[in-house]
Design a protein around this ligand. Structure first.
Ligand code: 6PG
Length: 514
């Protein structure tokens, strides 16, 4: 059949990519051990008028899939490599396929892992396949199953040679930025591509939390109906600093749904949905956990990303929450006094909320990018920060016009691994956030006064206060640490000659008990 690409895994992402790649004229073999899943993709290809169904071939045997590629695939034939794109849950399923597939391959073949994966696992597999001359590419694919079908944002991490081979395909398949550029770039070597996708998801989690906290505040504390909130989100999506923000866009559309998935509710189906966000860390859903782990291990402050993950964890076990609620007799969220404001004042408040959301969304970008630059430096990946922003301009979940129009032009001039900290190195970014500070504070005050749950918004505010804090409360913490742990401290004044920075210690008196 002279296949060009084999897609391993016929779930919603694999099926989407099969149809997308064939729509662009590539001969695709779709493999799954589950024959029913393959059959379904074949049927979709038949029904889809934009796909030439003769380009799609189904397989339930990996050997047959491999054999359906053109025969010649020697070293000298570097124009004719076999390429396999895996769309599988991370971890064991990927290793299972690798063990089965690798013996069937030859030098020069390429396996692209298009699922989410922990970057060290990607690098382990790269070392393994390298022994055979097979290239393992760790590639983030973002935008969900609809983007997989119509053009995702992609972040491959691989050798320059593998990138050169894959580039024409990936550029054809990818989403296109507003200026027409493809939303795919080689992010770096090793696990760099999967790393950037993981942090993309960390930012995504913060954005999701910011928006759900605001939706709840508007609905339950300020008395807006879901239809009204939908209109507010729609106006943000169409105009202003949140224009083109994907999550705001699907938010306004989703809030309008009155029927769906077994729910009928005139106030919108969201009212009938349980407030639990579970995550199956054994499948594709470990990226929030991994991001949080990275924040701690690399010593980068990203409190909005961490806080959103914590809220998600707390939300997941409702049974436990309800039991705790019986013991923890504290006020539940109440109406805000601002609910009674007149129309003009409420419109003003909406402007404040708009600015607060933008500030929090922007600060999550700053936090995520900071982790990437730190990891890039640690791992010597030489990630160009502007490349991350370029691939996030369209197709992915955190896409927003502010990336093309604000962040990218500010960051483009920096080389790989710099700037490490946007707020330090790009004054315009800090100034932009500073403009939103009062709004964010006002929104957090409403949340505080009404006992609302707003961890990502609060963490965004605390982040700004702390990272730009001329004096933090931590002098007292230093004293206590030195008292009990001989941690040493720096002096505010210039230390005397011979005293290295940080080696001051006081022998505090210590009596048992205190
Ligand atoms: C994307 C999404 C996607 C996400 C999965 C699982 O960019 O398309 O980030 O890859 O990881 O839908 O979601 P969670 O890990 O958040 O559960």
């Amino acid at each position: 059949q002279d296949l060009e690409i084999g897609i391993v895994g016929s779930g919603s992402m694999g099926a989407g990519m099969t149809l997308l790649f064939s729509e662009h004229g590539s001969k695709i073999g779709c493999y799954d051990y589950d024959g029913e899943a393959v059959k379904q993709v074949m049927e979709e290809a038949k029904k889809d008028s934009s796909v030439d169904e003769s380009l799609v071939h189904g397989f339930t045997s990996l050997q047959k899939l491999v054999d359906a590629f053109p025969k010649s695939n020697s070293d000298s034939d570097s124009d004719n490599r076999r390429v396999f794109v895996l769309s599988l849950p991370h971890g064991k399923p990927v290793d299972g396929i690798l063990d089965e597939l690798l013996p069937l391959l030859e030098k020069g073949d390429i396996i692209v892992d298009g699922g989410n994966e922990w970057w060290e696992e990607t690098e382990r597999r790269q070392r393994k396949t390298k022994e055979k001359g097979v290239e393992w590419v760790g590639m983030g694919v973002s935008g969900g199953y609809q983007a997989a079908r119509h053009g995702p944002s992609m972040s491959p991490g691989c050798s320059p040679e593998a990138w050169e081979y894959l580039k024409p395909y990936l550029e054809k398949w990818s989403a296109k930025a507003p200026n027409g550029e493809p939303c795919v770039l080689r992010i770096g070597p090793g696990g760099a591509g999967h790393y950037v996708k993981m942090i993309h998801n960390g930012i995504e989690h913060a954005h999701l939390s910011i928006l759900c906290e605001i939706r709840s505040l508007l609905k339950h504390q300020l008395g807006y109906s879901n239809d009204e909130i939908s209109s507010v989100f729609e106006s943000w999506w169409k105009e202003g600093p949140l224009r083109g923000n994907f999550l705001v866009g699907i938010g306004y559309k989703g809030l309008k749904f009155k029927d769906g998935g077994g729910i009928h509710d005139e106030e919108g189906i969201v009212e009938g949905m349980e407030d639990k966000v579970t995550q199956d860390v054994d499948k594709s859903e470990g990226t929030g956990t991994w991001s949080t782990k990275e924040i701690a291990e690399r010593h980068v402050a990203a409190p909005a990303i961490a806080a959103s993950h914590q809220l998600r964890i707390i939300s997941a076990d409702k049974f436990e929450r309800l039991k705790v609620a019986k013991n923890l007799d504290i006020p539940q969220p109440s109406e805000a006094k601002e609910k009674k404001l007149d129309k003009k004042a409420k419109d003003e408040l909406l402007k404040t909320i708009h600015s607060a959301v933008y500030g929090a969304v922007l600060s999550a970008f700053v936090q995520g990018l900071h982790i990437i630059t730190r990891a890039s430096k640690d791992q010597k990946w030489d990630i160009q920060l502007s490349d991350c922003l370029k691939i996030w301009r369209a197709g992915c979940i955190i896409q927003s016009d502010a990336i093309s129009e604000f962040l990218l032009p500010k960051v483009e001039k920096f080389g790989p691994n710099e700037p490490l900290n946007l707020l330090r190195d790009v004054p315009e970014v800090a100034q932009e956030l500073a403009k939103t500070y009062d709004s964010l504070k006002k929104v957090c005050m409403i949340a505080l006064e009404t006992d609302s749950v707003a961890p990502a918004l609060s963490a965004s505010l605390e982040y700004l206060k702390a990272v730009g804090g001329k004096n933090l409360p931590t002098d007292f913490e230093e004293m206590e640490l030195d008292y009990f742990g001989h941690h040493n401290y720096d002096l505010k004044r210039k230390p005397e000659k011979g005293h290295e920075k940080g080696n001051y210690h006081t022998e505090f008196s210590r009596t048992p008990g205190v």
